[in-house]
Design a binder for this molecule. Structure first.
Ligand SMILES: [Ca+2]
Ligand SMILES: [Ca+2]
Ligand SMILES: [Ca+2]
Length: 297
């Protein structure tokens, strides 16, 4: 019943009609589990050569919150039984080091297989250094307990990266299926929704202001966002743009626990040069206005 209500609630925002099979969803629900994989460019900036392991600086600096962060963001709407309730119960989860150390929280969406804009369920989950997305215990496949088995589109998002959705729908059930967003041979929505780093795909970093674009120039650019973050920081009493702001912050493009505007490895410089300008000169598809745009349906 919960699933059906969700569908109806979601459908209110869409003019299309739901297929009869979904509108009469059965009540027996075993839940869905997914073995999800993804990389974040921000946590790979400065990692050379590419080892397949993201940095876990936020974890090492004890900055990752125990409660999922996405409920607090206007641009991330949770749906479903789990969405927004996720919390790490044992702090030991954030003590794990090595390839399974936690990099950050990510946001996972299950969408209707034909009505691509309709989000049926969301979850916040944890990302490991090797790209595995896991449940709040830090190791199990991501679980959607209130959702019945069936065909779903899957999208992944992150609080300062551009989200992406796989082109094909997946048959998901209580037996975990692999959904791999790192596979360069798989198809994803959009013309250049992700970047390839070595032999893996990664979500584009740089959307500090969560407006679905990565921009280094113009009004409301992400670079300006970083600048004003630093300038208006409460401890920055002299309004110095070289001030270093520490914390769990969306302006932290390279996910090292600090927001810096100026300097060779600052978030401002990485955004402008390593992300936006790099793509402007190396990738002909990039927008002439020098921005990267999220291509989620
Ligand atoms: Ca792993
Ligand atoms: Ca942006
Ligand atoms: Ca940073």
């Amino acid at each position: 019943m919960k699933f059906r209500n969700l569908l109806i609630a979601s459908a209110l925002s869409c003019t299309a009609l739901l297929p009869a099979s979904y509108a009469t969803a059965v009540s027996q629900v075993d839940g869905i589990k997914i073995n999800l994989k993804m990389y974040l460019q921000g946590a790979l900036l400065g990692v050379k050569p590419h080892t397949g392991l993201m940095r876990d600086d936020l974890r090492a600096a004890k900055l990752i919150p125990l409660k999922e962060p996405y409920s607090a963001f206007e641009k991330y709407s949770h749906f479903g039984e789990m969405g927004g309730q996720e919390a790490i119960k044992s702090p030991d989860v954030l003590e794990v080091t090595g390839q399974d150390a936690i990099v950050d929280w990510v946001f996972v969406e299950l969408r209707h297989p034909e009505l691509q804009k309709i989000v049926l369920a969301t979850r916040s989950a944890l990302l490991q250094r090797d790209g595995d997305v896991v449940d709040v215990d830090g190791k199990s496949p991501v679980s959607f307990p209130g959702i019945e088995a069936g065909s779903y589109l899957v999208a992944v998002r992150h609080r300062n990266h551009l989200g992406v959705m796989a082109m094909k729908s997946y048959e998901l059930s209580a037996t975990p299926s692999l959904v791999d967003f790192t596979d360069p041979k798989a198809s994803y929505h959009g013309s250049h929704p992700m970047l390839q780093i070595s032999d893996k795909m990664a979500l584009f970093a740089g959307d500090a202001n969560q407006d679905g674009e990565v921009r280094a120039e113009g009004d409301s650019s992400d670079k300006d966002y970083i600048f004003f973050n630093v300038l208006h920081a409460s401890d920055n009493v002299d309004a110095n743009y070289n001030f270093i702001l520490s914390g769990y912050l969306e302006g932290d493009i390279n996910m090292d626990g600090q927001v810096k505007y100026q300097g060779p490895t600052s978030d401002g410089a990485l955004l402008a040069f390593d992300i936006v300008f790099f793509w402007r000169y190396n990738c002909p598809q990039v927008d002439k206005d020098c921005r990267l745009v999220e291509e989620l349906p």
